[in-house]
Structure formats: C-alpha cells, structure tokens
Design a protein around this ligand. Sequence first.
Ligand SMILES: Nc1ncnc2c1ncn2[C@@H]1O[C@H](COP(=O)(O)OP(=O)(O)O)[C@@H](O)[C@H]1O
Ligand SMILES: [Mg+2]
Length: 445
Amino acid sequence: MQEKGAGRIAAAQAALEAAPDFEIYGRVAAVRGLLIEIAGPIAAMTVGGRLEIEVERSGTVPCEVIGFSGDRALAMPFGSLDGVRRGCAAYVRDSIAGVRPSRGWLGRVVDALGRPIDGKGPLPQGEMLRSFRADPPPAHARRRVGAPLDLGVRAINTFLTMCAGQRMGIFAGSGVGKSVLLSMCARFTAADVAVIGLVGERGREVQEFLQDDLGEAGLARSVVVVATSDEPALMRRNAAYLTLTLSEYFRDQGASVLCMIDSVTRFAMAQRDIGLAAGEPPTAKGYTPTVFNELPRLLERAGPGVGEGVITGLFTVLVEGDDHNEPVADAVRGILDGHIVMERAIAERGRYPAINVLKSVSRTMPRSCDPAYYPVVQKARRVLATYADMEELIRLGAYRPGSSVEVDEAIALIPELEAFLAQSKEDSTSISDGYARLAEIIARR
Ligand SMILES: Nc1ncnc2c1ncn2[C@@H]1O[C@H](COP(=O)(O)OP(=O)(O)O)[C@@H](O)[C@H]1O
Ligand SMILES: [Mg+2]
C-alpha cells in the first residue's frame, strides 16, 4: 500500500519535472496615455512588481505595476509603448527588481535600469542581486555621522563643514551652478567613490556634465546614472533609486561613498506623474501624497550604515524664482541634515560657487568644525552678516565711513572674504588649508 503511494508520488514528480516551465501572464485590456490596464491573474502581481508586455516584432516592453483598480492591474512602461495593443500578453516577472553591481562599474555611465550607455561594452556583473528599492538601515543599528568629510570646496569645508554620513540639500534655480559644484565635490572629495544620479536633465546637459565638468579623471572613481527628461517617469524615478542602490553596494564594501542626485525635484515630479496616472489625488502644487512618502524613503537610504561604510548625500532641489517654500523644497529640508543655498544674484556678480553661506546651514556644525577654528568661522560669518545688512546703504553711498567700527571692518574684509568664497572649478582646497586661509584673512584686522 505504502510502496504504491510512494511510486505514485515519484511518478507525479517526474511528470512535473518533465512539464515545460509555466509562465503566469495576463493580457492588456486597455491603454490610457501611459497607463496600461492588465486583466488576468492579478493575484500573482504586486505593486512595484515587474511585467513584460510581449509586442509583435519589437520584442517586449518592461513595465511596473503601480496599482490596482477593480479586477485589473495598472502598469506603466519603462520604455515606449509602440506596438502595444489590446490582447498583448503581459508576463509576470521576478518581483525583486534590481541590479548586480561590481567594482567594475566604476568609470561607467548607466541608464536607470543599470544598462551601460557609454559604449564601453558590457558591465562586469557582481554576485549579489541588490534591489532598486532597499530599505534604509534600521535606525537603532545605524552608526552616528562620522568625522568631517573633505569636499575640496572652501565655502562648504569651512562654513558648512560636513561629516561622513551627513545628507545635505543644495537649493538653487537653474543655471546657478549646481552641476559644476557637484562635479567639484565628486572630483575633490576625500570619499572613496562618487555615485551621481542625473535625473530628468536634458541630454545636452548630461553630455556637458560628463565631458566639461566631471571629466575623465572624475569619472574614473564614479558611477553615473542617467535618465534624461524625455524618458518615461518610471525611468526617471528609477534612476534615483539606482543611485542609492549603487551607493549601498559600495557602502557595504566598506567604502566612504559620496552620493549625489541632481535633482530630487525631478524625482518628485516623476513620482507625481506616476501617482496621477494611478489615480492619486493631486494636493500641494499638484504633487500627490505618495511623493511625500517616497521622498523620505529615498533620502533616508543615504547616511551612516551599520558597518564601516558610509553614504554622504548631496541632493539638489530646484527653487525657481527663489520660492524656497515650494512643497518639495519644504519636505526635503525637513528630512535632511542641512542645506546649501545657491543664489542667482551671487552668480550674476560672477562669484562661483554662488553659495550664500548666511542662508545655508549644516546641522552638524559646530561639532564638525575644528574647535581651534570655530571662533574664526563665527567671526567671518558675523562680518558677512554685517555687510549683508548694510550692503544697500554702502552701495548707495549713504554709509559714512567711521560711523561704525563693525561696518568699517566688514567693508575692509569683504573683498578678501568674497575672493575666499570664490573658487574656480579646477581649484581644490582641503579643510585644514581652508581654515588656515580664513584665519589669515580675519587676523588682518
Ligand atoms: N565654479 C565656477 N567657476 C566658474 N564658472 C562657473 C562655476 N560654476 C558655475 N559656473 C558657470 O555657471 C554656468 C551654469 O552652471 P551649471 O552648473 O551648469 O548650472 P546648473 O546645473 O545649476 O543649471 C556654467 O556653465 C559656468 O559658466
Ligand atoms: Mg545642471
């Protein structure tokens, strides 16, 4: 009796193994704009999961499930919808979407799905699959931010000294010098590796960044992730995820990583487009509620890890017309450990990087500052503030020299302080040299 049962089980197993691999698929039921409705085995699909729509002639269109409505799954494509029609098969793929990075990715430029776009051949694949959407390290197990991190840029190193594992926003309008500043940080930083996500930029800007700003030497120890403005929202959003995924890979190898996203605003816009397509209601300035859930989920992935490696973050935020209370700027400011404000008026005077140090804050100061130089930094700030208050009057000639000791001192020091804050994109200054130079300027009075 028992033997007969065992025989049957073995026979059933053999039959199962002999059967062809089965695939789960649904069918395209409707397409509205970039939203695809899939009918079929929706129980096998999850939000964030992958589908591949089979298209005659051109192969497959990769998609992501972004929601459900009634008995249909809602999906968006990572590519063009050309050739998709009602009835196309939509295959359910592995639910973990990610990449297998290796050290061989350094010096390379990839798209939002981790495919090479620099014409340098295939990327060496690592062993471990790393998810695009990893969770941040558990808060209780995270280390605290580490020692000061040299970024090579005087205005940041001295007035806004950053620590390894700190996350800063860079708030600026377009054309004020964000890309050049990021490339300086990538080239000059004492961090081991830079991972740079260019999200929603125009193609021309990407080429300029790679060739003119970053250059061969900067690229050599970086990985650049690119999704241009003409790519689908899912690609633009994923470029930001992948930038963090690659940073996490290098962090787990024990590296000090400088992770940069230009810009987080375009990531938020991509998430808004996805949310609106899925039927979310628009709220603040057209942004949907998930934007404000996704921003912390993304930005929290940067920071100290649980081991040796650490991710320091620089995230740009577009503030057009100096609207610093725009909802994305507001949300990002609340999540990060400080902000660097760049101003058009300063750029227009020709002082680059156009950082307004008085409006910028690093929340790790003064702990991150060398105590020997903290009084120097404070003094320099006071001088800048005094001058900023009186600037209008001084320009109009309405200030009479001799009326105030502080103002006279500020007027005398300002040219040198401005020269100190200005820095050409080829010039790098270490933290200690920066402090020493600032101390020298202040000591002259
Ligand atoms: N450190 C710098 N030194 C000299 N010029 C700069 C510097 N930073 C920016 N610029 C000038 O500003 C322009 C715009 O800078 P960019 O970084 O492309 O702006 P954004 O990325 O904010 O749009 C550059 O083409 C360059 O002429
Ligand atoms: Mg730019």
